[in-house]
Design a protein around this ligand. Sequence first.
Ligand code: TYD
Length: 212
Amino acid sequence: MAKGIFITMEGPDGSGKTTQIELLKESLEDKGYEVLITREPGGNRISEAIREIILNKDYKEMSPSAECLLYASARAQLVSEVIGPMLDKGGAVISDRFVDSSLVYQGIARGLGVDNVFQLNKFAINEYMPDVTFLLTLPAEVGIARKKDQKELDRMEQESLDFHRKVAEGYDSLAELFPDRIQVIDARQDIETISGLIKKRVYDILDGKVSV
Ligand code: TYD
């Protein structure tokens, strides 16, 4: 078993994960932990190259299974090159998205099935499952509107509102499937409140008050 702590942040597009990751990193570093932040798909040379393919808005014909396998490939490289070694040496890893994104976007919203997608991903993640996952929830309309204000939308973000509603509902069902690991947080609360909830749970785990 890995010695470090593996924290993942999930939620629909535009739910504010990045801000919360930065706040948690600062807090953990202040307490002396070595912290590595990573994002999916990406986080190293090869996975960033795969990301370019996956999110390229010209590739509208990409099949759901090809999409699922590409995300899993990017994840496999990230785990073997970055996440695994950091956890093995006792550090903290905070990942902006991980396997739950595939379970929801590909398993539920694309309809490939949560079990199928999980089986396939077991090959990619090599038993490195998150100790805790924070799910920042937001109505689909709000998330996409926030994204549109920030940048040009990528292939996934250009999907229909119906798709993004399935994602939001998919996350809710996933949280019910893994209630011990996934903590649901309403992303419409203010930044400090959300950050406080996240830190409390992480420090409870690190202090051994909550088993993982
Ligand atoms: P990105 O811009 O990094 O997402 P965000 O800023 O919203 O977190 O783009 C990643 C996109 O890929 C996002 O729309 C979610 C999607 N995705 C999947 O469909 N499956 C996956 O396994 C992962 C990791 C992401």
